[in-house]
Design a binder for this molecule. Structure first.
Ligand code: HEM
Length: 398
């Protein structure tokens, strides 16, 4: 029989900051696809099985287009959703999507990102120096997890050094998930304004960065601004939360942290396992463009399907002991970066950042531990698109 889920799919298990809510794990036990009742009682679909999530992501009959997202709560309000603005390719299908993704792909290859390793090492070392110098306790969100990816993305986009503070504050307000609508709109407008100025400046005076590289294509300034916004929004908050929540997970599993300290050869596998285990980008949606048979159900054209990446990454049919954090785990293939045409463009960059930052932190502070009881670590609200902690108070022996 078809199982119905009512828990918000973006929630976490109460009292356990790393696990999907029990109801979603239960839903997977009933089968890979469930009925999902949206707030307001409107029926929809929720996919929790690994294979089924992956097949939807690879299926062009499921669309990412923003204007088709019929989140029933929005339908009820009778709101028309406009298509994604030029350049904001995350919420587009082919061929619009490819126009923006294709020119970026060559900038984000494994080789290019490896070339950045030294720079990431330097940025990480500078921040760890500052933490060490200030002495315990420290908040690793503000001192470590946020600044590293934000400096990297600023350098990649060619944000001038003197603008960095202003820019980071805007992004922070804009993605923090907890500001008033008014502040949110103000921060969004300011970011758009800033990016428009940045694109104009690169047009006038190209430098060595991703935006300048795109100046000799037929992309308009408006399109470039949209692309820059997507790179920022997708690249900064995700990595920052992986670093912060990942550190929290390591401090909560001291034997795992000790194993990683003792064996730097674990790094690549450990990072993949943290990605799988934490799945900070929890859910994405797709809309059926036609009637589709899926897991024995008919998804009607125009229906929006919620894909639960975090539950799929805990699927017992795909991962043995899926709820155990095991940095030695061999099987990769998690869905933390998605799959198919929208699979994370920045995944190699994110990997470089995590492969550098986690081991550097563990090495620098052999006695690193939480400075408050684990229950007191403040988590992001369950409505936040990207899961994480608001602050991470730590201490160590000096
Ligand atoms: C797309 C996760 C870091 C840029 C995605 C998607 C996921 C994801 C799940 C697919 C969304 C979908 O299926 O609709 C993550 C995680 C990260 C991370 C967990 C950090 C650990 C980054 C970084 C960048 C980046 C550092 C770039 C600078 C993008 C872009 C897309 C994307 C541009 C859209 C791709 C497209 O629509 O073709 N990311 N991401 N991400 N990510 Fe990431």
């Amino acid at each position: 029989s078809l199982h119905t889920v009512t828990t918000l799919p973006t929630a976490r298990r109460p009292g356990c900051p790393f696990d999907p809510p029990g109801e979603l794990v239960d839903a997977r036990r009933h089968g890979p696809i469930s009925r999902y009742t949206f707030p307001g009682g409107v029926p929809g679909w929720l996919i929790t099985g690994y294979d089924l999530v992956r097949s939807v992501l690879a299926d062009q009959r499921f669309s990412s287009r923003k204007e088709l997202m019929r989140h029933p709560a929005i339908d009820i309000a009778g709101m028309e959703i406009p298509p994604a603005p030029p350049g904001e390719f995350l919420l587009m299908d082919e061929p619009r999507h490819g126009r923006y993704r294709k020119p970026l792909v060559g900038r984000f290859t494994v080789r290019r990102m490896r070339q950045l390793t030294e720079r990431v090492e330097q940025i990480t070392a500078d921040h760890l120096d500052a933490v060490e110098k200030a002495g315990p306790p420290a908040d690793l969100v503000t001192a470590f997890a946020k600044p590293i990816p934000s400096i990297v993305i600023c350098e990649l986009l060619g944000v001038p050094y003197e603008d960095r503070g202003r820019f980071q504050r805007q992004i922070d307000t804009f993605l923090g998930g907890e500001t008033s609508d008014e502040d949110l709109i103000a921060a969004y407008t300011a970011t758009q304004q800033y990016l428009a100025e940045l694109v104009a400046a690169k047009r006038a005076n190209p430098t060595d960065d991703v935006l300048s590289d795109l100046m000799d294509t037929d992309l308009t300034d408006e399109e470039l601004r949209g692309m820059a916004l997507i790179l920022l929004a997708a690249g900064f908050d995700t990595t920052a939360n992986m670093l912060a929540l990942g550190t929290f997970a390591l401090l909560s599993h001291p034997a795992q942290a000790a194993a990683w300290r003792a064996d730097p050869g674990l790094t690549d596998r450990a990072v993949e396992e943290l990605l799988r285990y934490l799945s900070v980008a929890k859910t994405f949606m797709r809309t059926a463009l036609e009637d589709v048979e899926l897991g024995g159900q008919t998804i009607e054209a125009g229906t929006t399907v919620i894909l639960s990446y975090n539950t799929a990454n805990r699927d017992p049919e795909r991962f043995s002991d899926p709820h155990v954090l095991d940095l030695r785990r061999e099987n990769g293939g998690h869905l933390a970066f998605g799959h198919g045409i929208h699979q994370c463009l920045g995944q190699q960059l994110a990997r470089v950042e995590m492969r550098v930052a986690f081991p550097a932190l563990l090495d620098r502070f052999p006695t690193l531990r939480l400075a408050v009881p684990a229950e007191e670590v403040e988590l992001r609200p369950e409505t936040a698109d990207i899961y994480g902690v608001k602050s991470l108070p730590v201490t160590w022996d000096v």
